[in-house]
Design a protein. Structure first.
Length: 285
């Protein structure tokens, strides 16, 4: 009778999702060689080529694409069976900074659920400073935030590029104060942006203060003002206007992971999230 190895199927799903043997190995806390062995074992068992791999590209074969949905169901059924043997539910509380939680957040959460369907996931979206305070007092299992101040602990996941964005029709006349939309005064991005403007001698006036990045993006998209935004979260329809209006460049920011999880399953789930964030770096098979 044909049987499937759970670890091999999980390795296949992660390679398919992350399109990288390197990041799949990071998510499973193992080596690329081990991932390759597991995938080869699965392909031999099925008698099908599932992954096509070149020095620069990892993609599903036609048979791999057909198998992916079934593979996800197989992993989910396995996790539900294990959860049924446990009398306690596991909870995972993750904080993601408002300026970090980009449009790929639904996909990231889907991967987290696919890794462990029995895990109760609680996500908090707030400013980096608030999340760090919550993590330090033990209210969060993990936090993914922007690097704040001189704090050097945590694991760097990616570099974030920032720019000045506005609606295509936004007008700014020479000599006028730059109309600015931003978060509250405690926001690190706001402070970096306003310090850069002050240092460059650019007059500015705050015309919109949002309670979250989504509100700032709405104000920028509506043409009310200019916003300092990460390239990853800047919405379709806005344009970068820094060069056109001779605005000072904004420094990059590090996305950092802080974690206190200790059980193996939660660590595995967190590695899956971390691997997804690393996709914003240069791809590597």
């Amino acid at each position: 009778m044909l049987t499937l190895d759970v670890d091999a199927v999980q390795a296949f799903v992660l390679v398919a999702d992350l399109q990288s043997f390197t990041r799949a190995a990071e998510a499973l806390d193992t080596s690329q060689a081990a991932i390759s062995v597991k995938l080869k074992r699965l392909e031999d068992r099925l008698g099908e080529k599932l992954i096509e791999r070149t020095p620069r590209l990892v993609r599903l074969s036609a048979r791999g694409a057909a198998f992916l949905g079934v593979a996800r169901e197989f992993i989910a059924a396995h996790e539900r069976a294990l959860a049924g043997l446990s009398s306690t539910s596991r909870r995972f509380t993750l904080g993601i900074a408002d300026q970090v939680a980009g449009p790929e957040l639904p996909l990231l959460l889907a991967r987290l659920h696919a890794y462990d369907p029995a895990l109760l996931i609680e996500v908090q979206i707030e400013a980096s400073r608030n999340l760090l305070d919550a993590f330090d007092r033990g209210a969060l299992d993990a936090a993914i935030v922007r690097r704040e101040d001189d704090r050097r602990d945590g694991e760097i996941l990616a570099q974030e590029r920032f720019g000045w964005f506005a609606a295509p029709g936004f007008e700014h006349r020479q000599g006028q104060a730059l109309r600015l939309a931003s978060l509250a005064a405690s926001c690190g991005v706001r402070n970096i942006a306003t310090r850069a403007l002050d240092a460059a001698g650019v007059r500015w006036v705050e015309v919109f203060t949002g309670g979250g990045t989504a509100a700032v993006i709405a104000a920028v998209s509506a043409g009310l003002a200019v916003g300092a935004l990460a390239h990853r979260v800047a919405p379709v329809g806005v344009v970068e206007i820094g060069e056109r209006f001779a605005l000072p460049p904004l420094p990059p920011s590090e996305i950092v992971l802080h974690s206190s999880v200790s059980d193996a399953r939660s660590k595995g789930a967190l590695r899956t999230v971390a691997a997804a964030f690393r996709e914003h770096r240069a791809p590597s098979p």
